[in-house]
Write a protein that binds this ligand. Structure first.
Ligand SMILES: [Zn+2]
Length: 376
């Protein structure tokens, strides 16, 4: 199996087009045509990750945080740590790929997995992505409806939430008159024709639009198929930021903090109390999710769990929502298990490729207490 094939799978799950516009997701360093030897998963690239990858004969690393985030102006191999990492990767022929905010925004991505880890049920997105869908309407002679709609569905059109092959079909009459040099598949040139046609309407994600249109055109019987494309203001049910769900039963604030601390192995929770004494409906966002606090309040969540929360943000959430900062690393690391699980399913044993998680922690943050100190 090639690196490219694995990237294709990851891109179908977490399309790069859904990433935050200033993000740098996808290939970071290396080639994609190579066959995968072994594969290593990590939250971010460090010298230790590369050392372990070399030891385990991995030529492909998938990291959540991009290795290259800001444009590189120079590769200073003596003084710049990122440059040194890139040098090492190139010398060892290791490819690095990153799925960052696109992995945050997909189903069973960073926030969904965080919610599952905390034991939440009935999980949905906290805030769906919007304005990234089109509706296409295609006019098809009745005889070819199945063929054309199948082509549209196979190319990824017609997906609404957990439903695929969604379309609306209405019967009508199409009319046309071909010019002297036309080549009509029904009727003859120069004649006014009336044909029973079906109007098929489907939703299409913006990044699939081109391939859906091309697939439709490839099997449509008309010389000049008629179709319309409309931009939509819909919420996209399949992609969004954060997640929201419910504990199976209400917990006290203390019990909630206990669950978070235990499940995320997070010993240093920072929090402010909200208005609810009992916690049932909980919103989460893996990584820096402060922007979503108001959304969590609007949706009636009793608690919001995320990281990188500032002092004044805590201050303004006080008495409104139980706001918990459980750590950036701690809220994101659970997704690595999900990537591993999915790739193990994709890559059959026959391939003899190991899907390894980096053993150790790449969390740069240490905690000090007078009682005990812990250094990563
Ligand atoms: Zn992050």
């Amino acid at each position: 199996m090639t690196i490219k094939e694995i990237i294709k799978y990851l891109d179908d799950w977490a399309p790069k087009e859904t990433a935050w516009q200033n993000d740098n997701v996808g290939i970071q360093v290396g080639r994609t045509n190579a066959k995968v030897k072994n594969l290593m998963l990590c939250l971010e690239l460090t010298p230790e990750v590369i050392t372990q990858a070399i030891e385990k004969n991995c030529n492909f690393i998938i990291s959540h945080h991009p290795l290259i985030f800001y444009p590189i102006k120079k590769l200073d191999l003596d003084f710049d740590s990122n440059s040194k990492l890139i040098e090492k990767l190139l010398k060892r022929d290791i490819t690095v790929f990153s799925a960052h905010t696109n992995l945050d925004f997909t189903k069973n991505g960073v926030s969904f997995i965080l919610a599952q880890k905390l034991g939440l049920k009935r999980i949905s997105f906290l805030k769906n992505l919007e304005l990234n869908q089109f509706k296409i309407s295609v006019f098809i002679p009745a005889s070819h409806v199945e063929k054309v709609t199948n082509a549209i569905f196979s190319a990824g059109g017609g997906i609404i939430g957990e439903y695929s092959s969604c379309s609306f079909q209405s019967k009508g009459q199409g009319t046309f008159k071909g010019s002297d040099i036309s080549n009509p598949s029904i009727g003859s040139r120069g004649n006014f024709e009336k044909v029973e046609e079906i109007k098929v309407e489907v939703l299409v994600d913006s990044w699939k639009l081109k391939s859906v249109i091309n697939s439709m055109l490839a099997v449509h019987p008309y010389e000049e198929p008629a179709y319309d494309i409309y931009p939509l203001a819909n919420k996209n049910l399949n992609y969004g930021a954060g997640a929201i769900g419910y504990f199976e039963k209400s917990l006290t604030v203390n019990e909630t903090l206990n669950v978070i601390s235990k499940k995320l192995k997070s010993n240093n929770l920072r929090f402010v109390g909200g208005s609810a004494k009992k916690i049932r409906k909980v919103a989460v966002c893996g990584g820096s999710g402060s922007d979503l606090i108001q959304e969590a309040i609007n949706k009636g969540a009793d608690a919001f769990i995320t990281s990188d929360i500032k002092y004044h943000t805590f201050q303004s959430a006080h008495n409104k929502i139980l706001l918990v900062d459980a750590g950036h690393y701690e809220t994101e690391i659970p997704v690595i298990d999900e990537i591993q699980k999915r790739l193990l399913k994709l890559i059959t044993k026959r391939e003899n490729i190991k899907i390894l998680k980096f053993i150790g922690s790449t969390n740069p943050i240490n905690f000090y207490s007078k009682m005990r100190s812990h250094v990563n």
